[in-house]
Design a protein around this ligand. Structure first.
Ligand code: UDP
Length: 729
């Protein structure tokens, strides 16, 4: 099943979502991440970051087909609901209405709403059962109660299967210690931080604590149950805050409990009767308080350890990072300096400075430019020029005179030119490389995005394909329906046509009338088995304007005025341009009287027309082999086939027939002409296995057959009803 969990990244939502995933369902999550965390979900799911009150949620319902919606997304803080009742209402009432309406509109089968014990306020009776008067004390409780009313109404008005679970105090892993967090998570954090516990009031106030996995189990069981209404979801226990501290003290060192003033609006006692949910869902809380608390404590402890490790690691990386940055910055300078020292050393070694076969200073400038660009090549120019001036001064020349020496100036200009041109070229190249890198990065990001969109689209496409293949209108189904019309027996075409129409149009009120040869009457040949509507066995064209219209126009007739004496729709079945039968829908939901349905009816009747034409063509071509030559008597094989078809149709209650045995010793004594003149268009004369002559009266009951037998007797033809058709077929 496809399950949508709103608020699925939150404390309770993530456990509920995980439970459905583990049971093999497809999980979809809508969460605006105001309090939920993506990291709470570590399994395959489809995530939509959106607030439940957002109208764009319709798109999500549109592209998916949710079977179940578990609505958990809510503003969950009681104090926040006092501070900003408007925000509380938007999230808890508008959000719920949005989800409820979309669920109803998009065919969701089950809607589970997570309500709260807050709807009871501070009840006198403990444990509180579902019939206790509601009296919410905070906007939060009011909005939950309003939500329950909406769920109830949506069930009443639209038949949406809704259930509301009034939750007592939930606790367990992933509960935040701030905001929505409850006392258990706050205490866990205080213990692990080595702080004192803050107790509001004397600590004697009680709560009905329920472990989160028990909640997820109950929500899961709700899907299978057909129960609609409200149920308490609690452990039915009453535990004081002092008891909680005692239990925790067995597991951890508690510094001390600091008592503060009682919180305003805090109720003194809470305990909720859970017999209804136990009975309806066959559910029991699996964890007692000690077990649940131990599991919760272990989880918080593991998270703290992990966090400590992470902080240590990040501290370490913080100290190493600047060092590597510093190294990045310093290395070029060190290399430049070493290079310069090497130049001095080599020149001193050979003692020939500028008369060396290659100008080492120039080489040094070029290398620095190639390695690090303009900045370092210019620095190399400065160092090399200084070295050049100092070395030349060393050869006994006056330092000032060197600046007037065009040769020296040329040398320095020569260094500058080399430093600038190499550095600039390398800078340009680096800039280009960097911009290419940025472009590649941007392209990779784009590719990642497009791949994500592609993957999502593919998932939606596959889903749609699955839906199409599973739906009644799938190609596979239509093919199998059309296959039923694949027969060469016109009589079979009619009975198959009824079934085809029933399947395609999803109705149970089809009737087919065949036109008499003279075109004045239409006689019933097949109809839906379960038809309760009165069907005329025979219709006179003259008396029926609808029939006349069809005969003339060869168009579909739609009973727009909803005249109760007429079918809702009628369509002609044509063969070679001639109306040979009429197919009628006698009863139809008002919603289906639309253009789409008319078109579907037209397509289906055209299909039947073409099947019938094909069967007629086949019959015409094979007439010689079907009839005893020169007569209208069907031979043994053909009669047997016809009779089989009729028997099957009768079994399905789609058309009746009567078989008469002609009491004549010799079937060849020219009875055939007399019989043919007495029977109707769609009645048959045939030769049985026993070599006797039989008359098959189509669409006739035994009672109605009396009139025919009387007419036959009047013509001197004696008939009787044989003991069993199987004797001759
Ligand atoms: N509480 C407490 N110290 C805290 C948090 C809560 O003593 O740090 C008390 C609080 O005053 C209340 C009880 O624990 O009486 C349960 O509080 P919580 O907020 O978990 O649930 P709620 O009051 O909504 O039932």
């Amino acid at each position: 099943m496809d399950i949508l969990v709103t608020g699925g990244c939150g404390f309770i939502g993530s456990h509920v979502a995980e439970r459905f995933y583990k049971e093999g369902h497809n999980v979809f999550i809508i969460d605006n991440l105001t309090s939920g965390l993506r990291s709470n979900i570590n399994f395959k799911h489809k995530f939509y970051e959106m607030a439940v009150e957002d109208m764009r949620c319709e798109d999500i319902f549109c592209i998916n087909k949710f079977n179940v919606v578990v609505h958990l997304a809510a503003q969950t803080s009681v104090p926040a609901s006092f501070e900003n009742p408007y925000k509380d209402t938007v999230s808890n009432v508008t959000g719920l209405i949005n989800m409820l309406s979309l669920s109803e509109r998009y065919g969701v089968k089950r809607f589970i709403f997570i309500s709260s014990a807050a709807v009871y306020g501070d009840p006198d009776q403990l444990p509180t059962d579902e019939d206790t008067e509601t009296n919410p004390m905070a906007p939060y409780g009011i909005s939950k109660l309003v939500g329950e009313m909406y769920c109830h109404k949506w069930h009443e008005i639209y038949g949406l299967s809704t259930v509301c679970l009034r939750l007592s105090n939930a606790y367990g892993p992933r509960q935040a210690a701030k905001g929505e967090g409850g006392v258990v998570s706050v205490f866990m954090k205080q213990i692990l931080d080595g702080q004192s516990l803050t107790v509001y009031g004397d600590g004697k106030q009680t709560r009905d604590f329920i472990y989160v996995e028990d909640i997820a189990d109950a929500v899961y069981r709700c899907v299978e149950s057909g129960f609609c209404g409200v149920m308490n979801l609690s452990a039915n226990t009453e535990i004081s805050i002092n008891d909680l501290i005692d239990t925790l003290a067995h597991r951890a060192d508690i510094k001390e409990a600091l008592h503060k003033e009682k919180r305003s609006g805090d109720i003194s006692r809470s305990s909720m009767d859970n017999s209804r949910i136990k009975r309806e869902l066959n559910w029991l809380p699996k964890y007692n308080f000690e077990e649940g608390l131990q599991k919760t404590f272990d989880w918080y402890a593991s998270i703290y350890k992990k966090q400590e490790k992470e902080t240590e690691a990040s501290k370490k990386s913080e100290t190493t990072k600047p060092r590597s940055k510093l190294a990045d910055y310093a290395i070029p300078f060190v290399e430049s300096l070493l290079g310069f020292i090497a130049v001095i050393f080599i020149e001193r070694l050979f003692n020939r400075g500028d008369h060396f076969f290659i100008d080492l200073k120039l080489l040094y400038i070029i290398l620095m430019g190639i390695a690090y660009g303009t900045k370092h090549s210019i620095m190399a120019v400065a160092l090399s020029s200084s070295l050049f001036i100092i070395s030349n001064a060393g050869y006994g020349r006056d330092l000032i005179s060197l600046f007037y020496d065009p040769n020296s100036l040329l040398h320095i200009a020569y260094y500058l030119f080399a430093g600038f041109s190499v550095g600039y070229t390398i800078d340009m190249k680096n800039r280009k490389v960097k911009s290419q890198d940025l472009k590649i990065e941007a392209t990779e990001e784009k590719l990642e995005f497009v791949t994500k969109v592609y993957d999502e689209t593919r998932i939606v496409k596959n889903e749609l394909q699955k839906q199409i293949m599973a739906s009644q209108d799938s190609f596979g189904k239509i093919y199998s329906i059309i296959k039923e019309l694949d027969t060469f027996e016109p009589e079979d075409v009619f009975s198959s046509a009824v079934q085809v129409m029933e399947k395609i149009l999803k109705v149970n009120s089809i009737a087919i009338h065949v036109m008499s040869r003279n075109g004045l009457f239409a006689r019933l040949v097949a109809n839906s088995g379960s038809l309760s509507w009165h069907i005329s066995k025979s219709m006179k064209v003259e008396d029926s304007p609808a029939l006349k219209y069809i005969m003339e126009s060869k168009e579909i007739f739609v009973n727009k005025k909803l005249d109760p004496s007429l079918p809702i729709m009628m369509a002609p079945i044509t063969d070679n341009g001639k109306t040979v039968a009429i197919i009628s829908i006698l009863e139809l939901d008002f919603d289906n009287i639309n253009l789409y349905y008319q078109n579907l009816f037209k397509v289906a009747s055209d299909m039947i027309s073409s099947s019938l034409s094909k069967a007629h063509r086949y019959q015409e071509a094979t007439n010689d082999s079907r009839y005893i030559s020169g007569t209208a008597i069907l031979n043994r094989d053909s009669f047997e086939k016809l009779l089989h078809g009729k028997m099957q149709t009768k079994e399905k209650e789609m058309a009746n027939y009567v078989l008469l045995c002609v009491n004549a010793a010799d079937p060849a004594d020219n009875l055939e002409h007399r019989i043919s003149n007495t029977i109707r268009d769609r009645d048959y004369i045939g030769l049985g296995k026993d070599n006797r002559l039989y008359i098959l009266l189509s669409n006739t009951s035994e009672k109605e057959a009396g009139a025919v037998t009387k007419r036959l007797t009047d013509k001197g033809i004696s008939t009787s009803i044989p003991a069993g058709a199987d004797l001759i077929a």
